[in-house]
Design a protein around this ligand. Structure first.
Ligand SMILES: Cc1cc2nc3c(=O)[nH]c(=O)nc-3n(C[C@H](O)[C@H](O)[C@H](O)COP(=O)(O)OP(=O)(O)OC[C@H]3O[C@@H](n4cnc5c(N)ncnc54)[C@H](O)[C@@H]3O)c2cc1C
Length: 378
């Protein structure tokens, strides 16, 4: 079975490493000419850390990132909204949430396969199943595989060919992300925080000794654009009522490294696979980032699909088993994350969410998180 993986992002690379571990032949095609130092930070939660452990690279991720002891939801003055327990960021095996620069995560994943197992500068333009193989057409060449895994992100081209009617759902929120060149005070260094104001949020954590990753979320019309001359000042203005640490983090960020992205998810697909092709990660089930689980779910996909392809002789059987195992959890995360984001930005919803958080005993929150962090049997 020769497997073509479209997309060399988190999901595509993790899947490649999983297939390599199990001795299945694969090749990754990535549109970018090189995987360079882009993006901001990412939180890899215990479920993703379990997968990274299985892939043999968890220690390197921990060494190049920052393990978090706690993630707190706070008000705009950084005062916690609810009592939190350290267990909310760890699982039964002691894996904790690791905050890391995305480019470093990507590089560690890339280093775990050999250069001849990935073709960069390969943008897929067409995919067609034909008899016992699938034709892949790139901007610069054509090739074929027996099985195709579409890990090409929220705007997936593979998905457009398999399921042309699929569409995105805009959340009504946009997000700026950046990396500040600074070290937080010791008590904040192993803490993730998300502060809630009126229709705006601000989250941050240390990701290395001298870098703080942050995200700022605001209610905004879709496809809005920043004024390049004033946008950092505009952001500072937007967060002027927050704790001074928040504005200090924005101030200490290089303007040209701030990224703006509208927050959308993918409308639920009836199925993720067709014939010998299957979608993975954001291509199959992009979620809003409110639970910090999108990339973690891509990791879980990698863990399950590689083992199921090794277990079953034909790909469609593996894909059906994959969808059966993954659907319930993925649907829970996409729906909960969507609701959470809507409540956080709603005038009526936010006070309700705050009260619910105050009233929910830490043991109940802990139980919910343990469910998210658990990996089922293959
Ligand atoms: C603001 C924000 C914060 C987030 N924070 C977190 C977090 O803390 N934790 C977490 O787990 N998740 C987080 N996420 C979600 C996470 O970023 C995504 O779920 C994750 O990147 C999905 O990985 P992927 O590999 O499936 O897709 P992508 O990362 O989108 O990778 C797809 C790859 O496919 C390539 N590609 C696309 N089209 C083609 C083509 N036609 N041909 C060849 N290659 C192609 C792309 O270049 C890219 O390299 C966040 C998302 C946002 C927006």
């Amino acid at each position: 079975m020769s497997i073509g993986i479209i997309g060399g992002g988190i999901t595509g690379l993790a899947t490649a490493i999983g297939l390599k571990k199990l001795g299945l032949p694969f090749h990754v095609y990535e549109q970018a000419p090189q995987l360079s130092e882009v993006g901001a930070g990412i939180w890899m939660q215990p479920n993703a850390m379990q997968v990274l452990q299985w892939l043999g690279i968890a220690d390197e991720i921990k060494a190049q990132g920052m393990e978090l002891n706690r993630v707190e939801l706070t008000n705009h003055e950084l005062k916690p909204i609810a009592k939190v327990s350290n267990a909310i960021v760890s699982d039964e095996f002691g894996n904790r949430n690791v905050a890391i620069h995305r480019a470093r995560l990507q590089q560690i994943l890339l280093n775990a396969i050999s250069p001849d197992e990935i073709s960069l500068g390969h943008q897929l333009v067409n995919v067609q199943e034909s008899g016992d193989h699938i034709e892949l057409e790139f901007a610069n060449r054509q090739t074929q595989h027996q099985v195709v895994l579409g890990a090409d992100g929220i705007h997936s081209n593979v998905r457009k060919h398999l399921f042309p009617k699929s569409g995105l759902r805009y959340s009504g929120q946009t997000c700026w992300r950046g990396i500040a060149n600074m070290e937080l005070a010791e008590e904040y260094r192993q803490l993730g925080r998300e502060a809630w104001g009126k229709h705006i949020r601000f989250g941050f954590s240390q990701i290395s000794t001298n870098e703080v990753y942050w995200f700022a979320v605001a209610t905004a019309p879709q496809n809005g654009k920043d004024n390049p001359a004033t946008f950092k000042l505009d952001l500072l203005d937007m967060y002027s009522a927050f704790h001074p640490l928040v504005t200090s983090i924005i101030e200490q960020t290089d303007e040209d490294k701030i990224i703006r992205s509208d927050i959308s998810d993918l409308k639920r697909l009836a199925t993720w696979h067709q014939g010998n092709s299957c979608l993975l990660g954001d291509a199959a089930h992009a979620t809003t980032p409110n639970m910090g689980q999108g990339g973690c779910q891509g990791m879980e996909d990698a863990y399950f699909i590689s083992q199921l392809l090794a277990k079953h002789e034909d790909a469609p059987t593996a894909f059906a088993a994959f969808e059966k195992l993954r659907r319930e959890k993925v649907d829970y995360i996409v729906n909960t994350s969507w609701r959470f984001g809507q409540l956080a930005h709603s005038t009526i919803g936010q006070p309700i969410a705050r009260s619910l958080m105050k009233l929910t005993p830490p043991s109940v929150m802990e139980k919910q998180m343990k469910k998210v962090f658990a990996l089922s049997e293959v």
